[in-house]
Design a protein around this ligand. Structure first.
Ligand SMILES: Cc1cc2nc3c(=O)[nH]c(=O)nc-3n(C[C@H](O)[C@H](O)[C@H](O)COP(=O)(O)OP(=O)(O)OC[C@H]3O[C@@H](n4cnc5c(N)ncnc54)[C@H](O)[C@@H]3O)c2cc1C
Length: 477
């Protein structure tokens, strides 16, 4: 009997630097399975939609390499179905590229137990991170809590090299079950937002990720200066490819480093770019060490901060109707493209958590539902960083002023004009697309209106007062 190599695909839609895929191929004809399960459907709509595109692109390439056999897509829970699949086919191992998010960890435990009952095993492979978290430890053996020493230690250890082998033609294990990826709709809850996202999204797939990296490195001069400018296309746009594993961070690191060595004039910008990639790594190492970072304040004592729950102001924030131009522009950009510029993410998050004193978890889940690059570690670390309760966080009293940020980083107003219908001139296609994608019950005004109940000054004063009261209570307790 021919025994297959089972590959359990989750967020690793690539052929290069994919040790789990290589291991499965070595074991026998490839049987790649993907599950439409509870964990997937609990994810935000935009990231499910993005994952569907990654799956579709991977499946097309797989069919090319196998002569027609694609990914086996099954509806149901992996802990029930994988054990049965291994038994039926005689496979002793199931290979998975490790995606160490807390809820995936629990699922892996359940799958491991189900496989073990029949003497089979789950084998996890690296590839999602630059380096195994146990290799970047403080002298006392703990996890770094501050970015700069973490980055120094990581550079000292050096990221792992990507896998050198890449499969060419692949021998498939043919089965008759499974849904066709072409007919999938993993994000029906996007409603009319779907067609807008389709128009404005970046191209998906492994080839697109590599093209994007190459083009970005070709034009990287000025990245360090311009990466904070939302009006300039100065950043890589690689985050969503990383989020669904269309390219590995180890591959990015290796290619970028080779370019820096070959072209010293670009080295400083490339190093700055790599230090951003290390922020992603930092977030994942922290999440592994402190899984509660995704749901509760990381800093001790912050559990009792008097955040407001959902309120009228936060509802307006979600709709990009705060009346604060840079904040609303960012939220509208996210709805139309699934992305938001990093500098604007910080300003938008600061407005919600400081000026509107609203719980950071509300923003976290709005981002999780709307971002095509949603990443549980980066999202949680950054929201907590802005809110003041996270690792290496900005102090609470450091409050972004969106007007000053706009003057500095969008000096000619190009970014705000692109996203706000009626703000200084005829609405752009992007600004119109936002109005098109908004659900009709929102009853959005066709023209963006400046000025809301909370102003830069009043919100700042309220936030500082709340913080001062909180500190006093903590001292008295
Ligand atoms: C409140 C908030 C929420 C965020 N949520 C997410 C999220 O869900 N998913 C996500 O990928 N990023 C998140 N970020 C980080 C950052 O905004 C995006 O990674 C970045 O905008 C992606 O654009 P880029 O790929 O063009 O970045 P580049 O400037 O080209 O950076 C290269 C890579 O470095 C990593 N990176 C850059 N900045 C950060 C950062 N601050 N934290 C962690 N990694 C970083 C990303 O993987 C990125 O692709 C969040 C930031 C904030 C302030």
């Amino acid at each position: 009997m021919t025994v297959p190599g089972i590959l359990w695909l989750t967020r690793d839609f690539r052929f290069k630097d994919n040790p789990a895929l290589l291991a499965a191929i070595k074991q026998g004809p490839l049987l790649p399975v993907f599950f439409i399960d509870r964990l997937l459907m609990a994810q935000g709509a935009a990231s499910r939609w993005r994952l569907e595109r990654a799956l579709y692109s991977f499946d097309a390439e797989l069919r090319r390499r196998t002569g027609g056999a694609g990914v086996i897509i099954l509806r149901g829970e992996p802990d029930l179905l994988l054990g049965e699949l291994a038994d039926r086919t005689g496979a002793r191992q199931v290979h998975q590229s490790d995606w160490p998010a807390p809820d995936m960890r629990s699922l892996q435990d359940r799958v491991r137990a189900a496989l073990q009952r029949h003497g089979n095993e789950l084998v996890l492979h690296p590839g999602h991170l630059l380096v195994h978290p146990q290799l970047v430890r403080t002298q006392e053996g703990g996890c770094y809590r501050v970015f700069t020493p973490f980055a120094r230690a990581l550079r000292f250890v050096g990221p792992d090299r990507p896998a050198r082998e890449a499969p060419g033609q692949i021998r498939p294990y043919r089965v008759t079950e499974g849904a066709d990826p072409a007919g999938l709709d993993l994000a029906p809850d996007l409603h009319r937002g779907r067609s807008v996202l389709e128009r404005f999204a970046l191209t998906a797939g492994e080839a697109a990720a590599h093209d994007r990296l190459d083009a970005f490195l070709d034009g990287i001069s000025g990245y360090a200066d311009n990466r904070d400018r939302p009006d300039i296309d100065a950043t890589s746009g690689l985050s969503e490819h990383l989020a669904v594993g269309e390219i590995s961070p180890r591959t990015i690191w290796t290619i970028a480093r080779m370019r820096a060595e070959a072209e010293p004039a670009r080295a400083a910008d490339i190093e700055k770019f790599l230090s951003e990639v290390i922020w992603r790594e930092f977030a994942w190492h922290l999440l592994l060490e402190f899984p509660h970072m995704a749901t509760t304040a990381w800093r001790e004592g912050w559990a009792d901060f008097p955040w407001r729950e959902a309120n009228d102001d936060s509802r307006k924030w979600c709709r990009g109707e705060t009346g604060m131009a840079l904040v609303d522009a960012g939220l509208r950009e996210m709805r139309v493209t699934g992305r938001m510029h990093n500098r604007v993410r910080m300003v938008v998050a600061s407005w919600l958590t400081k000026h509107l004193l609203t719980d950071w978890r509300l923003g976290l889940s709005h981002f999780a539902d709307s971002l095509t690059d949603w990443d549980p570690a980066s999202n949680a670390m950054n929201w907590q960083w802005v809110a003041g309760c996270g690792p290496d966080a900005a102090p609470y009293f450091r409050i972004f002023n969106p007007e000053k940020q706009a003057e500095q980083h969008d000096p000619e107003g190009r970014y705000r004009r692109r996203w706000l219908a009626g703000w200084m001139g005829t609405p752009s296609a992007e600004a119109q697309a936002y109005l098109e994608s908004a659900p009709s019950p929102w009853k959005l005004s066709q023209v963006w209106n400046a000025g809301g109940a909370v102003t830069v000054k009043s919100g700042r004063e309220l936030a500082l007062q709340a913080y001062a009261d909180f500190r006093t209570q903590q001292h008295e307790a």
